[in-house]
Design a protein around this ligand. Sequence first.
Ligand SMILES: [Mg+2]
Length: 222
Amino acid sequence: MTKLKRKTILLDFDGTLLRQVTYPPQTEALWGSVEISCKIPHGALAAVPIDRLGKTDYGVASELAASQGSWLDAGWWDLYAVLFENQCPLNLVEEVRPGVVPLLAWLSITGGVDLRLATGNHQPVAELKAHRSGLSPWLDLQHSGYGATDDRRDALRMALEDTGDVIYVCDTARDVAAAHVLGIEALALVTEEQTAEQLAEADHVAANVQGLRGVLAAWMEK
Ligand SMILES: [Mg+2]
């Protein structure tokens, strides 16, 4: 008899569950950690143009280091996590996108579905944000996927372990492309950063959180 696998909803974090596509205290810690790790003056990276939408923390940090002809040493990971913990407010509840908590509550009581993060955030950074935003009770953080490399697909692969049907709820064209490479259905949320046209490659596009709920309700019925 084959084991019946539950459906799994993978959730991008910044821009999807949280309002901001990039979170300023995290940006400060990320840039600061690269400056310290690469021994470059504070503020030296401020003018470096980086297109970071849909990239992992490590990918962005590597690009910043490379812009100065440098690279990240092994200590960068802990340094970044510690700097972020110092920058991060104790309460991030206001950062949660309106409608997200009712959505997660509804998905949880509907039952038969796992909710996991699939984010480019460094794991301790994502976990701290999940706890301080009040979202951690809804999420299986232990089986979530995080940005352990510069390739977003690795975060998705990490979150795919022991899953059945999967859908990825996300908010950038890079997220959608990563999902499709792995054969995962993508549901993209339009944000201030990317329009429905920019997200047109997604299997479904939602204009708002209510729209996510409609698509997910139909997906769970399949
Ligand atoms: Mg995002």
